[in-house]
Design a protein around this ligand. Structure first.
Ligand SMILES: N[C@@H](CCC(=O)N[C@@H](CS)C(=O)NCC(=O)O)C(=O)O
Length: 242
């Protein structure tokens, strides 16, 4: 049973058919998108159950994720949560081309890059959930992004993972996709293509990847969602028809 509409506190655990991989998500969550990208890229069939994050079902907290966060996945034998852990699990347990490098050195470098990336994400959320002075947030986010640009230049590859997208690309993409549309949060914002030359070409290349196309941010719904976030009443079903 895939559900677009988010299940809230009054709902019952939707029984899962054996053999079906279930992704618990929220339509606008970038961490969930990390996992969707990997599932789509690897052509792994799955169903989605969306969770209302401001009115969580008890069964979700009790049975799936005691922290109440998405994404989580449920298989016949396992429940796994946290996007990075879920993606590692999928990569190691499911068949197909591996997205995490076998070479420990490369894998470590990618983990370091994800740490560097997390500083961009931290700034991003300061604008998403503003508290107090926000004048410094955009410059700080751009400075954090400089480090990512430099890392791509140092690697001198099309994708962070090399000549094709790897796990590191899919883990970075969802927040980057939102930064591309940052004008939703900061009117007039554009990413300066001369300052972020490598990143701009990476974005162009990522936009050609089938999994990226398939999971593309629905801007109209995202804008409606952002209005509800700003009003302090996040609506996980924003943009869905009644
Ligand atoms: N470290 C987690 C973060 C996931 C996360 O923060 N998800 C948000 C939605 S985008 C969430 O579930 N928020 C619910 C809450 O904070 O209660 C991951 O990578 O999966």
């Amino acid at each position: 049973m895939s559900s677009e509409r988010a299940l809230g506190s009054g709902s019952k655990y939707p029984p899962k058919e054996p053999g079906v991989l279930r992704l618990y998500g929220m339509r606008f969550c970038p961490y969930v998108k990390r996992t969707r990208l990997v599932l789509e890229h690897k052509n792994i069939p799955y169903e989605t159950v969306n969770i209302n994050l401001i009115d969580k079902p008890d069964w979700y907290l009790q049975k799936i994720n005691c922290l109440g966060l998405v994404p989580s996945i449920e298989t016949d034998n396992d429940v796994i949560f946290d996007s990075v852990i879920v993606n590692e699990y999928i990569d190691s347990v499911y068949p197909g081309e591996k997205l995490i490098p076998n070479d420990g050195r490369r894998a470590a470098k990618d983990k370091m890059l994800l740490e560097i990336w997390s500083k961009v994400v931290t700034q991003y959320y300061k604008l998403f959930y503003p508290s107090g002075e926000t004048n410094e947030v955009v410059p700080n986010m751009l400075s954090a992004l400089d480090r990512v640009e430099n890392e791509l230049a140092r690697r001198d590859t099309t994708f962070f993972g090399g000549d094709k997208p790897m796990m590191i690309d899919f883990n970075i993409w969802p927040h980057m996709e939102r930064i591309v549309h940052f004008d939703v949060l900061v009117p007039g914002f554009t990413l300066d293509a001369s300052r972020f030359k490598r990143l701009t070409s990476w974005i162009d290349e990522m936009n050609k990847v089938p999994a990226v196309k398939k999971t593309k941010l629905q801007l109209d719904s995202f804008k409606l969602f952002m209005i509800t976030v700003k009003n302090g009443k996040m609506d996980c079903d924003a943009g869905l028809e009644e």
